[in-house]
Design a protein around this ligand. Structure first.
Ligand code: CU
Length: 139
């Protein structure tokens, strides 16, 4: 076999090995992000409306902001009542579209206390800019 053919074969095999590795680690990472852990402390129902968010706590109380403790595992069930919104907390690098007729889930566990801005990341109408509130995390 000529050296050029060997080099070509090695290049193709190398590319196959690298692509297989990238596919495997991406699949594992996506599965881990999408799968909520078993130890969910609270489920909070998030609803997007023109032009505000509401949050229903497990005891049925409705709030316009979220208060959680550090280390608490929270599962958000995200809905929209009118148009498509997007539940976005930039500092925690989470974003999930809220689509009418669908319930999307997203989970978080925050270790650093503080106030985090909740925004809408989908242009949902004239009041979109005002669709902000807070996630308040205390120890
Ligand atoms: Cu919006």
């Amino acid at each position: 076999m000529h050296t050029a053919k060997k080099l070509e074969l090695l290049t193709v095999l190398g590319a196959i090995v690298i692509l297989t590795y990238i596919t495997a680690i991406s699949t594992v990472a996506l599965y881990e992000i999408d799968t909520p852990p078993d130890d969910i402390d609270r489920i909070i129902k998030v609803t997007g409306r023109q032009f505000f968010w509401t949050f229903e706590m497990p005891d049925g109380t409705i709030s316009n902001e979220i208060r959680i403790k550090t280390g608490e595992t929270i599962l958000f069930e995200i809905r929209a009542e009118d148009v498509i919104h997007s539940f976005f907390i930039r500092e925690l690098a989470i974003k999930q579209d809220a689509v009418p007729g669908h319930v999307e889930t997203l989970w978080i566990r925050v270790d650093k206390p503080g106030e985090y801005n909740i925004l809408c990341a989908e242009l949902c109408g004239t009041g979109h800019t005002f669709m902000t509130t807070k996630l308040i995390v205390t120890e």
